[in-house]
Design a protein around this ligand. Sequence first.
Ligand code: AMP
Length: 276
Amino acid sequence: MKICETIREMREYRKGAQGRVALVPTMGYLHEGHLSLVRQARQENDVVVVSIFVNPTQFGPNEDFARYPRDMERDLNLLRAENVDAVFAPDAEEMYGDGFSTYVEVTGLSEVFEGAVRPGHFRGVATVVLKLFNIVQPHCAYFGQKDAQQAAVLKRMVRDLNVDVTIKTCPTIREADGLAASSRNIYLNAEERAAATLLHQGLQAGRRLWQAGEQDPDVITARIKEVLQHPLITLDYVAVVSPDSFTPVTRVEANHLLIIAAKVGTTRLIDNMSLV
Ligand code: AMP
């Protein structure tokens, strides 16, 4: 497995890569969710490149950039075991050195829900992903449904800017009790970890209500809020949205998305569920 720490090394590697090239962008501290993307990329492509970069521009000033978990040795071993061809692991200076001043802004979609709670977040995500696409030049790139709004922002970006990369979205991987796998789950203490399962339970309760015929988004979100009543949980938002635009719907139908963001203790978690 080739490990590239500089853009120049990555470009050199790419020049010699034969066939269909996939990119799986990550911030490292890998878990089964990341590995599911890697496995799908491995199945569908000749060359799999994984990037590991904790991207400073997508964190707000009061967010967890400095303490975001990192373990490069462990990550590299996990990726070797998945037969990954190359890892691109630059540092922040390599990506943003020398008077960096150009950003990608996906308007509208970046300003609601996650974008409203985390101003500048999607600007940072879109910017770093476009940079990764320009450096790695993959045919396709794999993202998790877990971060559904991120996937929608990136699909919008490649369409709007005619970026020749296919965005693939893979299903959310969950722990046995339903909690979506996340690098941030490590922040949860035992009590919080137990309470965190309510996010998935809330989504399931919302979906059951819709499956039973309920189409009023207010009734469905009220049910989810009931399930999430817990002293350790502070809700940021619960909504039913259209999956491409993230506009709230007035009548709930198939393929609409239930979305949740909540703090469990001090840890902020997001989750979502498609209505099927
Ligand atoms: P991150 O390292 O958190 O930036 O995530 C890197 C990629 O893994 C993103 O495309 C995420 O959506 C995806 N991902 C994170 N958690 C999960 C999960 N539980 N299931 C599927 N994909 C995930």
